[in-house]
Design a protein around this ligand. Structure first.
Ligand code: ZN
Length: 537
């Protein structure tokens, strides 16, 4: 008989196990072979596993590994190689332009100047002509934080072959100034065709960085995210290039984060031809499903609403035709694969539910649970249809903290009571996952927890839709158990219980007992994936 490895016992003052039965919280975890073998008090675990080493984590609180169900690793790997123009990084419009100018001054001729995470609300508006002043000879693009629009300079417009008479692509727009001239804004499909290799239709002159550089970007993102307590993520928009990149990261031992993948619908035919679909892969790198889009963004104010925007009027944009949406959902569903459809506005969500219901009628697959990515604006009708379908909601955890009172201005205080509706999803029995959608929102999951619990802006302290508050216990389950369910991994992730992956976070304070306004600043002392320390001491 082959003897099993002797486990290592991790002991801490508090362990939040979410064990799923009525048993008491354990004093220690016994870990071997990357999984949790047993939980309990130190004395009995020592009796059971003589000679086991004990790692004493002291006064720390151990929680299950945090799991971001919708984030963008491939994009982040690329963004981290270019200018960071986020509200946290730049002091204002002048500072932003100075950074673009400095980059242009040292760049080679024709080299693209790329900046991302630009927040027009916090930083201020920029136009094509501002960029022309600081980067007259290089094409430049500054992408807004939500990723659904960006601003380019005149040189870039020329490179992209866009002039005053150009017709925007379907599902996209070119922004125009008051005098009717192009102001450099590329909106929705118009910007996606330029910056996202995963969804580009046609060739973009903006090429992704070399695989070696992108690999450096992946390593950097993984390090940042482990330091924030993440052990699992789902990259919500994957192209074949990204799979090659992540596979290489894995082969070179850089991928210590568990990565799920939603393949772009634009590349689904290839995966389909190979017979590759949901669940393909292993505990480290796995296909979760297929990603499709219906509407625009919350922060970009382009999502498809049944009632107009409170400040600017208008109902937002449908970026994929209804026919194309139904076709995509029908195909993926018929193949037995999960689809995750980006839908923010209530009108967009109803379209997605129509498509899900039609696909289920045509080919009943009761166990196949599709996802609605963001699912931001809901009502009781949407909730009951989701419950009946077993559809999963993947809303923004941290948008209230990030955008604060601006949400009330854009959407109206009545509607924000039905947005990022964590409380309503739980009450309606709809599975709800935790997600940041970084780079669209801050990636730190502890900030996401705080936001869901307090429903207050971080900068302005403004309350936003406070009827959607959840308890800290509920928020933590959303970011662990809920996210695991959204990728069909409930049996191995989200709990610290026998048989589960040994993924956990060591916190300097107990989020269940401190003032919830302090949750975002709790120190992450260490992060473990498969029982191995991937961050901290
Ligand atoms: Zn996203």
């Amino acid at each position: 008989m082959i003897s099993e490895a002797v486990p290592v016992l991790f002991r801490a003052a508090h362990i939040v196990s979410q064990r799923g039965d009525d048993g008491p919280e354990p004093e220690a975890l016994a870990v071997a072979g990357g999984r949790i073998r047993a939980i309990g008090d130190v004395a009995s675990l020592r009796d059971r596993f003589p000679g086991a080493e004990v790692v004493d984590l002291g006064d720390a609180t151990v929680i299950p590994g945090l799991h971001d169900a919708h984030i963008h690793l491939g994009n982040t790997a690329e963004d981290l190689l270019h200018l960071d123009l986020s509200a946290a990084a730049v002091a204002g419009v002048d500072d932003l332009l100075a950074r673009v100018g400095a980059e242009a001054a040292t760049a080679g001729p024709d080299a693209w100047i790329r900046g991302s995470r630009y927040d027009d609300v916090k930083t201020g508006a920029i136009t094509r002509w501002d960029l022309d002043r600081v980067a007259p000879d290089n094409p430049a693009i500054v992408v807004q934080v939500a990723g659904h629009w960006g601003v380019v300079n005149s040189c870039a417009l020329r490179e992209l072959g866009i002039d005053e008479d150009s017709v925007p692509p379907e599902g996209g727009e070119f922004g125009r100034a008051a005098d009717g001239r192009l102001d450099g804004r590329l909106i929705e499909r118009a910007v996606m065709n330029v910056i996202y290799p995963a969804t580009a239709r046609g060739d973009s002159p903006l090429r992704p960085s070399s695989p070696e550089d992108r690999l450096r970007g992946v390593a950097r993102a993984v390090e940042l995210w482990h330091a924030a307590g993440l052990t699992s993520i789902c990259d919500a928009l994957i192209a074949p290039d990204d799979i090659a990149l992540l596979r290489r990261a894995r082969d070179e031992g850089l991928l210590t984060l568990r990565v799920g993948m939603l393949l772009s619908i634009d590349h689904y035919a290839k995966a389909r031809a190979l017979g590759v679909g949901s669940g393909f892969g292993d505990d480290l790198l796995r296909i979760v499903g297929v990603k499709a889009f219906v509407d625009g963004a919350i922060g970009g104010r382009t999502c498809l609403l049944s009632e107009p925007y409170a400040d600017s009027g208008g109902h937002g944009l449908q970026t994929t035709s209804t026919e194309e949406l139904f076709g995509a959902v029908r195909t993926v569903h018929r193949d037995g694969n999960r689809v995750g459809v980006h839908a923010n506005g209530d009108a967009a969500i109803r379209l997605v539910l129509d498509a899900f219901e039609a696909a289920q009628r045509e080919t009943p697959r009761p166990g196949l649970r599709h996802r609605i990515e963001h699912c931001s604006v809901v009502d009781s009708g949407i909730l009951s249809r989701m419950k009946a379908l077993g559809a999963i909601a993947v809303p923004f955890a941290g948008y209230v903290a990030y955008h604060g009172g601006a949400l009330n201005t854009w959407y109206g205080a009545e509607r924000t009571e039905r947005m990022f509706a964590h409380r309503s999803f739980l009450d309606a029995g709809v599975t709800v996952a935790g997600s940041s959608d970084y780079p669209c929102g801050p990636y730190e999951p502890l900030l996401g927890l705080q936001s869901m619990v307090t429903r207050e802006g971080l900068d302005d302290g403004e309350p936003v839709g406070t009827s959607q508050r959840v308890s800290v216990e509920e928020a933590l389950r959303i970011f662990t158990v809920g996210s695991a369910e959204a990728e069909d991994a409930s049996g191995v992730k989200g709990r610290l219980a026998p048989g589960y992956l040994a993924d956990f976070v060591v916190l300097g304070e107990n989020p269940l007992t401190i003032d919830p306004h302090g949750i975002a600043s709790i120190p992450v002392r260490a992060t473990y994936v498969g029982g191995e320390r991937v961050h901290g001491g």
